[in-house]
Design a protein around this ligand. Structure first.
Ligand code: ADP
Ligand code: MG
Length: 386
């Protein structure tokens, strides 16, 4: 980043201790409100989010939950009402003019929309060259070659001199992606890039995104399509302008977003040291636990007090449910593995209430419990123990 007064200022890591060098995007307390005839309403309600360099992240959420608004905060297309947005080391709103932000955007990020927004009077090649002209990147004579390479990468070299209307919608989106990557930005932001496409074209586009991620790019993609979220490294859910705890969403994917959001506000984060007891046998279990990071051991004791580890659970798995669902005491000890483990603890009463309200989740949890019982023949143990 040049230090000229015309470029957006780079965040001073000393003044901004929370800025980490391996983060591509950092949002701190981002609020966005709009006012209309009915008054003011808040679309983003204090979003905190860090996306690391090289991550491929999908963002999902119901229509109107604030996904596009969130992306617009990252791209600088719109501006937050409150909070801090740091992208690629730059605080993009503090003391930065609209035109500085626009130049910054041209060099730092590529943007892809649902409706491609190619200029209709320009050929695909000319469309891809536009951003290079805008930020004055690459020698003038080099631009066609560079644009052609990108079109070749997305499989459109044969159509380079055609106008957008003469190719399919899938091909128009591929050209829009080539245009977004024209200045080789480290970050690609895409708002429902496959929303208007058939399955085959969507598939091609996700494959292309995966290719860019392998090259070290960071990609943030809003999508409606649940089949695409399994192909990203990380999935973020937005519900009514708030982010859902990612561990929770991973552990209980069947929950309704409104329940996930409710739980997000109720969970307590805890860390247990290596081998520290989390649940003791014969004690009432007061929490449902979800593992954020690390491993726990489920340990049974026979009559002679010989211990055996019957299962090990890790990230995105849960425990404490067998007892909670049965309203009883623990049949096993659960303890941290050989490294510290971070868990989310949800109070028992809240867990039970939502299981009653969400039969699909209750059924899914029951299935996992059944599988574990069978896998470890825990009933045998219990029988022997009585
Ligand atoms: P999503 O992309 O998740 O469907 P949006 O971020 O587009 O949701 O919109 C979230 C809410 O903010 C909606 O209720 C929408 O009507 C409102 N909204 C978005 N942009 C504006 C705007 N420029 N002015 C007023 N309201 C807006
Ligand atoms: Mg949207």
């Amino acid at each position: 980043m040049s230090a000229s007064p015309r470029s957006p200022r780079t965040v001073d890591p000393v003044r901004n201790a929370s800025t980490s060098p391996d983060a591509m995007i950092q949002l701190h307390g981002v609020v966005k409100s709009f006012s209309n005839a009915a008054g003011e309403f808040t679309v983003l309600k204090g979003v905190d989010l860090t996306i690391k360099r090289g991550e491929f992240v999908s963002i999902v959420g119901k229509s109107g939950s604030g996904k596009s608004t969130l992306l617009n905060m990252v791209t600088g297309i719109d501006h937050p009402s409150d909070g801090l947005v740091v992208v690629n080391g730059t605080d993009i709103y503090t003391g930065v003019t609209e035109s500085q932000r626009s130049k910054w955007r041209g060099k730092n990020l590529g943007i892809v929309f649902q409706f491609f927004q190619l200029l209709p009077m320009l050929t695909l090649l000319e469309n891809v060259m536009l951003p290079m002209d805008y930020v004055d990147m690459y020698d003038f004579d080099e631009r066609p070659k560079r644009a052609m390479e990108l079109l070749t990468l997305v499989g459109l070299d044969k159509f380079a001199n055609k106008l957008p209307v003469l190719v399919s919608t899938g091909q128009q989106q591929l050209a829009a992606i080539a245009r977004a990557m024209a200045c080789d930005p480290p970050l690609l932001v895409a708002d429902e890039p496959t929303g208007n496409l058939d399955t085959k074209s969507s598939d091609t586009i996700i494959g292309l995104f995966q290719h860019f991620v392998e090259q070290g790019k960071t990609i943030v993609m809003v999508t409606h399509d649940p089949s695409l979220t399994s192909r990203t490294d990380r999935n973020i859910i937005l519900s009514d302008g708030e982010l859902i705890n990612e561990t929770l969403a991973k552990s209980l994917p069947q929950l309704r977003h409104r329940h996930m959001l409710e739980f997000t506000k109720l969970v307590e984060e805890r860390t247990y040291q290596p081998h520290e007891t989390i649940i003791s046998r014969d004690e009432h279990v007061e929490y449902f636990f979800m593992i954020r990071q690390g491993e726990v051991e489920v340990v049974l004791q026979d009559k002679k007090k010989n211990e055996s580890v019957v299962s090990r659970l890790s990230d995105g798995e849960f425990f404490g449910e067998m007892e909670l669902l049965r309203n009883g005491k623990s049949i096993a000890n659960v303890r941290a593995g050989s490294k510290p483990v971070e868990v989310l603890a949800l109070p028992r009463a809240d867990f039970v209430r939502v299981m009653n309200e969400s039969p699909i989740t209750a059924e899914a949890v029951a299935k996992i419990v059944q599988k574990r019982l069978e896998a470890h023949r825990i009933p045998d143990y219990r029988a022997a123990d009585r």
